[in-house]
Design a binder for this molecule. Structure first.
Ligand code: XUL
Ligand code: CO
Length: 444
């Protein structure tokens, strides 16, 4: 154990050092086979392209409980006499983990980092104390904050919603929490601030005024935006869509729903989207589809790069290991010009049966290797150019002449009809999907 990896007074992952790149031939489960942080892919290093972030909640707070069974994970940082001491130990463990894994970023909810107190002021003080410690740990390790957020879904007061609660008193408590979480995010130099609306939705229309709830949500987000800007937050606010779970129906259903909401309520100048792979599939979309909708709108903010299970209809939050899916995602990310100030946050947890501390490292290593391979494959596909050239050519009838006049709005419906008569039956043109799919396989 060398001092540079070790920020606290106790080692929580003994026997594990800094994870090294050993290459594809290595059979060391605690080594990268493909992720080589400083390796250049085009103009940027892998680390610069991928901007990995570890999530605080699954990694250090989730202990494997499910609706049918208790905790299975036994974390050494939990053996504390009181909640603040436990929070302190958890933070030491977190920064030891971040540094050993070699990710540049992390993400947290207020309640992951500091326990709720007996009053709002008590909770604010708990968080402020932990933020002070986190700032020191960031300073000594070089770790950075990708985003902060407030947990507005665990406490029973939020059972009917937070910003969309029918009771104004609950909305004020949600505001208190967001204010403190914004203070924390700014104090830690966070590059983004996330809203995930787990309880912002409804179970029955019989007791719900959806119109009022959506207007309240927009009001709340405007107030949060104004406060954030007033304390010097220059980063991006992000909404993370998810169609359901825990609510039956959630307002931030998917990317296109959120994009429409942001534009309708004049929030799209400050807000972008945080796309989670498992939420995309819950909405009946592919991960790449959701990324593409954001890219098209200029609103891709950041990514929770996990995966679901194709047979399960819930949020399993598994580590991403599907190379094909990751290549599709990286193609969109490269077309977007990269992640900007966003990153790839894992938002994944080991299975409740994976109870060794090293399993947490192995899960993260697997995802990092998957995205490193996907980056190289996607970069090579773009570099090869055949797919992009074909896609461009497919729309070439709009590039000049009458097609271009149509896109400029210069042709009315009657003029279009006359062109149909003059042109006769259109050519029978293949979409060549099989060829496109084969091109991808060629680069895996
Ligand atoms: C829940 C989820 C959250 C958000 C942050 O499904 O993804 O962890 O990422 O609140
Ligand atoms: Co998420």
């Amino acid at each position: 154990m060398t001092a540079s990896y070790f920020t606290g007074d106790r080692e929580y992952f003994p026997g594990i050092g800094r994870i090294q790149y050993e290459g594809r031939g290595s059979d060391n489960p605690l080594a990268f086979k493909f992720y080589d942080a400083n390796r250049k892919v085009g103009e940027r290093t892998m680390a610069e392209h991928l901007r990995f972030a570890v999530c605080y909640w699954h990694t250090f707070c989730a202990r494997g409980a499910d609706p049918f069974g208790d905790d299975t994970q036994r974390f050494p940082w939990d053996d504390a006499p009181d909640p603040m001491r436990a929070a302190h130990q958890r933070m030491d463990a977190a920064f030891e983990f971040f540094t050993k894994l070699g990710t540049p970023y992390y993400c947290f909810h207020d309640r992951d980092m500091a326990p709720e107190g007996s009053s709002i002021a008590h909770s604010e003080n708990n968080l402020a104390a932990m933020v002070e410690l986190a700032a020191q740990r960031q300073q000594s390790t070089g770790m950075k904050l990708l985003w902060g957020t407030a947990n507005l879904f665990s406490h029973p007061r939020y059972m009917n919603g937070a910003a969309t609660n029918p009771d104004f008193a609950v909305v004020t408590h949600a505001a208190a929490q967001v204010k403190a979480a914004l203070d924390a995010t700014v104090a830690l130099g966070g590059e983004n601030y996330v809203f995930w609306g787990g309880r912002e939705g409804y179970a029955s229309l019989l007791n719900t005024n959806t119109q009022r709830e959506l207007e309240h949500l927009a009001r709340f987000l405007h107030a949060a935006r104004d406060y954030g800007r007033s304390i010097g937050f220059t980063g991006t606010f992000l909404i993370e869509p998810k169609p359901m779970e825990p609510c039956k129906h959630q307002y931030d259903f998917d990317a296109q729903t959120v994009i429409g909401f942001l534009r309708h309520f004049d929030l799209d100048g400050d807000f972008k989207l945080n796309i989670e792979a498992n939420h995309a599939t819950l909405a009946g979309h592919s991960f790449a589809h959701e990324l593409q909708m954001c890219t098209d709108a200029g609103l891709l903010g950041s990514i929770d790069a996990n995966r679901g299970d194709p047979q399960n209809g819930w949020d399993t939050d598994q580590f991403a290991t599907d190379l094909y899916d990751a290549v599709h995602a990286m193609l969109v990310i490269l077309a977007n010009g990269g992640l900007g100030h966003g990153g790839l946050n894992f938002d994944a947890k080991v299975r409740r049966e994976s109870v060794d501390l090293e399993d947490i490292f192995i899960g993260h290593i697997g995802s990092m290797d998957t995205f490193a391979r996907a980056l190289e494959a996607a970069f090579a596909i773009v570099d090869n150019g055949a797919l992009n050239a074909y896609k461009l050519d497919r729309y070439s009838s709009f590039d000049s002449g009458d097609g271009a006049a149509f896109t400029r709005g210069a042709l009315d419906l009657t003029a279009l009809r006359d062109l149909a008569i003059a042109g006769g039956e259109p050519a029978h043109t293949s979409g060549r999907q099989e060829w496109c799919e084969n091109v991808i396989n060629q680069f895996l």
